[in-house]
Design a protein around this ligand. Structure first.
Ligand code: NAD
Length: 490
């Protein structure tokens, strides 16, 4: 915020204070805040920008729409992924035809569908499913509900899934899907109707042996259960119980697996442990910061606590908080469950986006959205390790800065693969009508993810490249081998 703006902000009386939002200083539009009205103002919460649009959606939490979108340069995730592919290609000189195949997607489905809202009106929604590649097995990838979801984002995330499953050696391809919406604008009943109608619109474009969705941003086990139920309802009675593995990340009672909820966070923490071992670094007494306190971020934070590490700053879509002496991740998880975000957590101080990124800590776990570590934020980070829980959190320019500053990175396609690995276990258990215990899940997950880490480290040494390029080389090499062995039909 400019000095002039800051002075103005200090001089003006706040025009509104709500339970969830601190102060709104400028008012260019209508006086006061009423439900459903957005207006322009300066939000002290995201003081990085001058103009915010503040709305109160159905959840009853006031929020700043700009803050939600901040830091995301929408156009480049797919381009970033292709740049990364080219970087690996320069080192290993993959077959040009295979790079050509992998640079594009196989199938892209966009569906527009009507849903009746609680007030009786009909709303048209847009959903996506992109199937990037299935050379190694059925398409696999999450479903995201977010206002910024579009075809480019889904394409990019589907491509990352192909690299991820190839890297960790599980028999799946890559896909991703989503609906462009902000869940906060809808009631639970509306979300259920939207989910079911979207599943129906996807029809046979998903299937237990063809394309298997899972949770991602703003989707959860309950949503997976609705997808399963809708999909099953379209089958004949004899087929119904044969398609329980059409989605993973289901609630336990609906055929889910032990450990799937914590799987992505658990995978991250297994890898951080391994990194610490390799670097003679003691996790007990280490400090860490986490961006995103949803499924991935909150689980990673809670599991780090078990190593005696201290969480000192957290940022999510509602704001950022910090405390040098430590924030209890279990207590914060309870708070977030009840309040919808970290904002207003009484046992820590509110901090700005910039202060969050400047916090000196040993480890940073980005577990929110893509494109958060830019050249600018990479420059101000004061950590030794970035363990990428989110997909695509680092832009290529940010990556260069991290490399230059000798900040280690465990790249996304390795670091957050725990989710898809345990999804694979769930899929296998469903197919075999088995139920595995947590110990078995954890030990199998550890074995797969650590062996992938070791292969990535060995490739990084062999090719003298960073961990991200090494991971990419392994993934593409595996896909290249399969294409070469099978040939191109006809
Ligand atoms: P989630 O919806 O449970 O949580 C998302 C978190 O990000 C929330 O705390 C939200 O407040 C925060 N957030 C959203 N926008 C933000 C912003 N602009 N600034 C700061 N924080 C913001 O989602 P999740 O399942 O935990 O997924 C998080 C990331 O991990 C995504 O990139 C997702 O693709 C990736 N991922 C998830 C899984 C999984 O199993 N769920 C697996 C692999 C990768």
């Amino acid at each position: 915020m400019s000095e002039k703006r800051r002075e103005d902000a200090n001089r003006l009386k706040p025009i509104a204070t709500t339970k969830d939002w601190k102060l709104l200083y400028f008012q260019h539009g209508r006086p006061g805040l009423e439900e459903g009205i957005s207006f322009k103002g300066l939000c002290s919460h995201c003081e990085i920008r001058d103009i915010c649009s503040i709305v109160k959606p159905k959840t009853g939490i006031w929020r700043c729409e700009y803050y939600q979108a901040k830091g995301r340069s929408k156009t480049n995730l797919y381009q970033n992924i292709i740049k990364q592919l080219n970087k690996a290609e320069e080192v290993v000189h993959f077959d040009k035809d295979i790079c050509e195949i992998l640079a594009g997607t196989m199938n892209e489905l966009v569906v527009h569908f009507p849903v009746r809202m609680d007030d009786g009106r009909v709303k048209m929604l847009t959903g996506y499913r992109v199937q990037h590649n299935n050379a190694l097995g059925p398409f696999k990838g999450g479903l995201r509900f977010h206002p910024m979801v579009d075809i480019d984002e889904v394409r990019a995330l589907a491509t990352l899934m192909t690299w991820k499953t190839a890297l960790v050696n599980i028999p799946f391809g890559g896909a991703k899907g989503g609906i462009q919406l902000d869940p906060a604008d809808f009631s639970i009943e509306e979300i259920e109707k939207i989910t079911r109608r979207f599943t129906y619109a996807l029809g046979n474009n998903i299937g237990p042996e063809y394309d298997i969705p899972a949770p991602d941003v703003n989707t959860n086990p309950q949503i997976m259960a609705w997808i399963l139920d809708t999909y099953m309802s379209t089958m004949t009675p004899t087929e119904r119980n044969r398609c329980i593995h059409v989605v993973t990340g289901k609630p336990l009672e609906a055929g889910g697996s032990q450990g799937r909820n914590k799987a992505t966070g658990q995978g991250i923490v297994f890898l951080i442990e391994k990194w610490a071992q390799d670097h003679g670094f003691n996790l007990s007494g280490a400090t860490y910061i986490v961006q995103g306190f949803g499924n991935v971020g909150s689980w990673a934070a809670r599991l780090m606590k078990q190593h005696g590490s201290t969480l000192i700053a957290v940022e999510d879509v509602t704001g950022a908080i910090g405390k040098k002496e430590g924030i209890d991740p279990d207590d914060l998880t309870e708070y977030v469950k009840n309040h919808g975000g970290v904002f207003g957590y009484p046992k820590a101080e509110p901090i700005t986006h910039e202060t969050f990124f400047c916090t000196r800590a040993d480890i940073f776990i980005p577990a929110a959205l893509e494109n958060q570590i830019t050249a600018d934020t990479a420059e101000i980070l004061k950590v030794r390790l970035v363990a990428e829980g989110a997909n695509g959190p680092t832009e290529p320019e940010g990556d260069k800065v991290l490399l230059k500053r000798n900040i280690d990175v465990i790249p996304d396609i390795l670091c957050n693969a725990g989710g898809v690995i345990v999804s694979y276990f769930e899929w296998l258990q469903n197919k075999r009508s088995e139920f595995w215990e947590m110990d078995e899940i954890d030990s199998k997950l550890r074995k797969i993810i650590i062996s992938a880490y070791e292969r990535v480290r060995a490739a990084a040494e062999k090719y003298k490249v960073d961990m991200r390029t090494a991971a990419q080389i392994i993934a593409i090499s595996r896909l290249e081998m399969v294409y070469k062995e099978r040939g191109i039909f006809p």
